[in-house]
Design a protein around this ligand. Structure first.
Ligand code: C2E
Ligand code: CA
Ligand code: CA
Ligand code: CA
Length: 394
C-alpha cells in the first residue's frame, strides 16, 4: 500500500498539466522499480497498491526481498519531480504485508497493508513499514474507540468550539464550528483522533447530524444578539454525510427547527465529495443554495480536484488548506500554489479564505495577493461559544 504525501495533483491549478505529468512520472518510477509480472494499481488520489508475486521461497526470504523492493520504490519516488520549471517534493509512505498464513482473505491482506501504511505515515512519512501483529491491537483499540464514541455522543460528551474568521480589517465575520470530545478520563480529544474512526462507520452520520443541530441552535442564539447577528457559521460536512439520501432533508429540518436565517449557514465540503457523480452533487448543491445556504470547498489544493469539475459547481468560497499557508514564506512551490488559488478564485468570483494563518508575514503575503478572509491562531483559537462574545465585541 503506497500513499504519496504532498502529491498534489496540480492539474489546471497552475494553468498547465502538472498533475498529469506528475502522475505519469510516478507510474514510470513504479514500473521501473518492479518486475514485469508484478501489478501496479492506482486506487484513487495519491494511493497505490502494488502486488508482487512469488517474492521468495520462504517467509524469511520473502520478507527480506520485499523490504529491499519497498526501499527501492521509496527511494525512487522521493527523488524531486521537475515539472514545467517547478520542483515538487513528495514523501511516500509504504506499508507492506506478506500474504501468509495469517491472512485468509484478500480483504485482510489489503486491510493489513493499509494499517502498515498508516503506521509509516504516523512514523513521520517517507518510510516503509511491515504489518506487525501488534498492529492487530491497534485495529482492536480503534474498534473499542468506536464503541466509546457512540456512547460519548449519547452521553453528551461532544462539544463544538468556534474559531473566528476575519476580514482584512480583522473584524470577525464568521466562525467555523470544530468538534471536540470531552472525555471523562482523557480530557479534550481533538477531532483528528476520532473523526477518521467515525468515518469508517455510520457513526459519522449521527455525529454529523448532531453537529448540524448544535451549530444551528447556537446560530439561533447569536441571531438574537445584536452584536452577534452578523456572524456566518461554517460547519464541516463529511463526504459520506453529504452523499446520503436524506442530507438535504436534515439540513432543511435543522434550519426550520431552530428558526435560523439560512443565509448565515455555511457548509464546508471537501473535494472527496465530488469525485463521483458531478451532476448529482451539483443538483444537491443547487437545492441547498436555494435555501440560502452557502457552500465552501475545504482543504482546497490537497486532493485531486479538476478545475473542470469546480467550474460546474455552485460554490461560494474556496478555503486554502493550512499546509500551503504554513510554508508560503519558505517553500516556493507553495507560494506559487497559493497565488494560483487566489487568482483562480477571483476569476470564478469565489470568495477565498486562508486557514492556519499564524504570523503577520503570512497574513501580509495573503493580503498582497488578494485574499480577503482569514482564519488562524493569529486571530484566535477555537473556543467555546461563551468565550466568543468577547472576541467579537473586542
Ligand atoms: P479543518 O476543517 O481543516 O479545520 C481546521 C483545523 O485547523 C482545526 O483543527 C483548527 O483548530 C486548526 N487550526 C486553525 N487555525 C490554525 C492555526 O493557525 N494553526 C494550526 N496549526 N492549526 C489551526 P481541529 O479542530 O483539530 O480539526 C481538525 C479536522 O477535524 C478539521 O480540519 C476537520 O477536517 C475535522 N473536523 C472538525 N470538526 C468536525 C466536524 O464537526 N465534522 C467533521 N466531519 N469533521 C470535523
Ligand atoms: Ca495522501
Ligand atoms: Ca473545515
Ligand atoms: Ca484544512
Amino acid at each position: 500500500f503506497l500513499d504519496m504525501d504532498k502529491f498534489k495533483l496540480l492539474n489546471d491549478t497552475l494553468g498547465h498539466h502538472h498533475g498529469d505529468i506528475m502522475l505519469v512520472e510516478v507510474a514510470n518510477r513504479l514500473k521501473f522499480s518492479v518486475r514485469e509480472a508484478d501489478s501496479v494499481a492506482r486506487i484513487g488520489g495519491d494511493e497505490f497498491v502494488l502486488l508482487l508475486e512469488k517474492v521468495g521461497e520462504s517467509i524469511n526470504e520473502a520478507s527480506q526481498k520485499a523490504a529491499l523492493v519497498a526501499e527501492k520504490i521509496r527511494a525512487a519516488l522521493a527523488v524531486p519531480y521537475h515539472i514545467l520549471n517547478h520542483v515538487h517534493h513528495s514523501t511516500p509512505s509504504i506499508g507492506v504485508r506478506l500474504f501468509g498464513a495469517d491472512d485468509n482473505s484478500v480483504e485482510d491482506l489489503l486491510k493489513h497493508a493499509d494499517a502498515a501504511m498508516y503506521e509509516a505515515k504516523n512514523g513521520g512519512r517517507n518510510q516503509v513499514r511491515f504489518f506487525d501483529p501488534d498492529l492487530q491491537k491497534v485495529l482492536e483499540s480503534r474498534a473499542a474507540m468506536e464503541a466509546d464514541l457512540r456512547r460519548a455522543l449519547d452521553a453528551g460528551q461532544l462539544q463544538l468550539h468556534y474559531q473566528p474568521q476575519c476580514d482584512v480589517e480583522r473584524r470577525v465575520i464568521g466562525v467555523e464550528a470544530l468538534i471536540r470530545w470531552l472525555h471523562p478520563e482523557r480530557g479534550l480529544i481533538p477531532p483528528l483522533e476520532f473523526i477518521p474512526i467515525a468515518e469508517e462507520s455510520s457513526l459519522i452520520l449521527d455525529i454529523g447530524c448532531w453537529v448540524l443541530n448544535t451549530a444551528c441552535r447556537q446560530l439561533a442564539e447569536w441571531q438574537k444578539q445584536p452584536s452577534m447577528r452578523h456572524l456566518q457559521v461554517a460547519i464541516n460536512v463529511s463526504a459520506h454525510q453529504f452523499n446520503t439520501h436524506d442530507f438535504i432533508k436534515s439540513v432543511q429540518t435543522a434550519i426550520s427547527a431552530h428558526g435560523v436565517d439560512a443565509t448565515a449557514l455555511k457548509l464546508e465540503l471537501t473535494e472527496t465529495v465530488i469525485v463521483n457523480d458531478v451532476e448529482a452533487v451539483k443538483a444537491k448543491m443547487l437545492v441547498l443554495k436555494a435555501f440560502g445556504v452557502k457552500l465552501s470547498l475545504d482543504d482546497f489544493g490537497t486532493g485531486y480536484s479538476s478545475l473542470a469539475y469546480l467550474k460546474q459547481l455552485p460554490l461560494d468560497q474556496l478555503k486554502i488548506d493550512r499546509s500551503f499557508v504554513r510554508d508560503i514564506a519558505t517553500d516556493p512551490s507553495d507560494e506559487v500554489m497559493v497565488k494560483a488559488i487566489i487568482d483562480m478564485a477571483n476569476n470564478f468570483h469565489l470568495q477565498v479564505i486562508a486557514e492556519g494563518v499564524e504570523t503577520g508575514e503570512q497574513l501580509n503575503f495573503l493580503k498582497l495577493h488578494g485574499c480577503e478572509a482569514f482564519q488562524g491562531y493569529l486571530f484566535g483559537r477555537p473556543v467555546p461559544a461563551s468565550d466568543l462574545n468577547f472576541m467579537v465585541e473586542g
